[in-house]
Design a protein around this ligand. Structure first.
Ligand code: FBP
Length: 499
């Protein structure tokens, strides 16, 4: 705590002692991970050709099991500019207890690894910080450096402009949304409900909306801010369907952020109560095999208000809500088919209106979920350059003896030759949060800021996009051509920098 931000400056090359450095990918895939490895490898070779890079396999568990591969030039070269984390794999094991830290120390000591690079999101970098602190306090002499990764875009703050992978993933999704919009506008017979990954935060949905101008895009943070109920949201979508139908447009595109369900107050209360119920009745509940009995078991034990919400949901959604939680105790939102839930509920609402003579149009819907399509795409030029720079910078931080830092590259709105590389103390990115009854330091997930310029830009245009058909079809990622096309960043980043 209390260490300064550092920047890399040109200087004399000094000879550095040979080192062994370990790296892991932690959590979900994000385009550009292999370029982080390439940058790290190249910098280590430039610092001392005897340096060695070890890739621990399958994420944090590789550090605990001492499962690794030596990353040599043949392996690294074969993966440059490719998507995915398949060179060494990734995983979601949490590395957080002192026992685990001691095991990592023991394994690294045996291999003579004296620095670890953790490529991960908010939770993984929080844990990287704890690991660095543990090594310092116990005089273990292993350095830890983080790298900001996640397509979700929620690892950002005053110091970190964007996590890697967000740029490529949103460009891939926007291409696909554009293709669907073109189809919708050609056939003119379907409403397409498209759920987009992003876990809790709606950065991906917002960026894709800015890129493609759909008729509707829900932003979970706004839903929470306005305390909208499920019925409000369904009403809002159904009204848009009716409004467009009255103009002869029986088609449209609606974007739905993956985490929406957790931001609707009554659903949030339901999920919280289900979490408690499932934890308290684990054994009894696991012994029930039939879906209907599982549903009844929970319905009988919920409070009356939450039971009412639960009972109103289609059976598939009830079952999805009771699926296993992830290792962080979160509902696996990628497995809850919110897009289908909304289609069913909008259909019901429109039928009610039809019976009352308030709707006489057509509504036929298709559902889609875009997530895995974009997480391992070949990195855009931006992500390829950004990731390589993050990896190269991580090696420089290690060579400079830094620990508890996150590799940082700033000025990303400018061209790559003007970027500023350096390191941010991880503690500077942390806040105290109450978890399981204790105040613990964590890197806070950055949700969409409703006072931000990107959100304001969206709000200024959404009515027009809803009423009319102003679709934009961005097409595929460009790798060659003028820099303003091939190297352009996300609209979120551009608008944020313009203020
Ligand atoms: P990270 O936060 O680990 O980068 O994961 C991102 C993400 O793609 C989320 O958008 C999504 O909710 C989740 O991973 C899906 O997890 P899984 O890969 O385990 O299905």
């Amino acid at each position: 705590y209390g260490t300064p931000i550092v920047t890399l400056e040109p200087g004399e090359r000094k000879s550095a002692r040979p080192r062994k450095v370990g790296m892991i990918f932690s959590g979900g895939q994000a385009p550009g991970g292999h370029n982080v490895a390439a940058g790290l490898f190249d910098a280590l070779q430039a610092l001392n050709p005897d340096n060695r890079l070890y890739g621990f396999l399958g994420g944090p568990s590789g550090l605990l099991d001492s499962a690794y591969k030596v990353l040599d030039s043949a392996l690294v070269d074969a993966h440059r500019n490719t998507g995915g984390f398949d060179m060494i794999g990734s995983g979601r094991t949490k590395l957080e207890s002192p026992e685990q830290f001691a095991k990592v120390a023991e394994n690294c000591k045996r291999l003579e690894v004296d620095a670890i690079v953790v490529i991960g999101g908010d939770d993984s970098n929080t844990n990287a910080c704890m690991l660095a602190e543990y090594f310092l306090q116990n005089d273990i002499g292993i350095q830890v450096v983080g790298c900001p990764k996640t397509i979700d875009g929620d690892l950002k703050n005053q110091q970190i402009q964007v996590s890697f992978g967000f740029d490529t993933a949103t460009k891939v999704y926007s291409e696909l949304i554009g293709n669907i919009q073109r189809d919708a506008n050609s056939a003119r017979k379907y409403w397409h409900f498209i759920k987009l990954m992003g876990r809790s935060a709606s950065h991906i949905a917002l960026e894709c909306a800015l890129q493609t101008h759909p008729n509707l895009a829900l932003i979970s943070e706004e839903v929470e801010g306005m305390e909208s109920t499920l019925d409000d949201i369904v009403g809002q979508i159904a009204s848009a369907v009716r409004e467009r139908s009255e103009k002869g447009f029986n088609f449209g595109v609606a974007l739905i952020p993956e985490g929406l369900i957790e931001f609707i107050p009554e659903m949030k209360a339901l999920i919280a109560e289900l979490n408690d119920l499932l934890a308290a009745n684990d054994r009894e509940f696991s012994a029930i095999a039939e879906s209907e009995r599982r549903i009844a078991f929970l319905s009988e034990r919920l409070g009356s208000a939450t039971a009412h919400v639960f009972d109103s949901l289609p059976a598939e959604i009830k079952l999805q809500l009771m699926m296993d939680r992830d290792p962080h105790g979160n509902v696996q939102v990628s497995r809850i088919e919110t897009e289908k839930l909304l289609i069913v509920m909008v259909e019901r609402k429109l039928e009610e209106w039809r019976d009352k003579g308030e709707f006489n149009g057509k509504f036929s819907a298709q559902s889609h979920f875009f997530g895995y399509e974009g997480r391992c795409a070949a990195p855009s030029n931006f992500d390829a350059d950004y990731c390589y720079s993050l990896g190269y910078t991580a090696a420089c931080l290690i060579a400079a003896g830094k620990t508890g830092y996150i590799s940082s590259v700033r000025g990303l709105e400018k061209s790559a030759d003007e970027w500023q590389a350096g390191g941010i103390p991880l503690t500077m990115t942390m806040n105290l949060e109450r978890r399981k009854g204790r105040d613990v330091p964590v890197i806070r997930k950055a949700l969409v800021d409703l006072a931000s310029a990107p959100f304001a830009t969206f709000v200024a245009h959404r009515e027009l996009w809803r009423r009319e058909t102003r679709f934009v079809y961005p097409g595929p990622i460009q790798y060659f051509g003028p820099a303003e096309v091939a190297d352009r960043t996300t609209l979120t980043l551009q608008i944020e920098q313009q203020g």
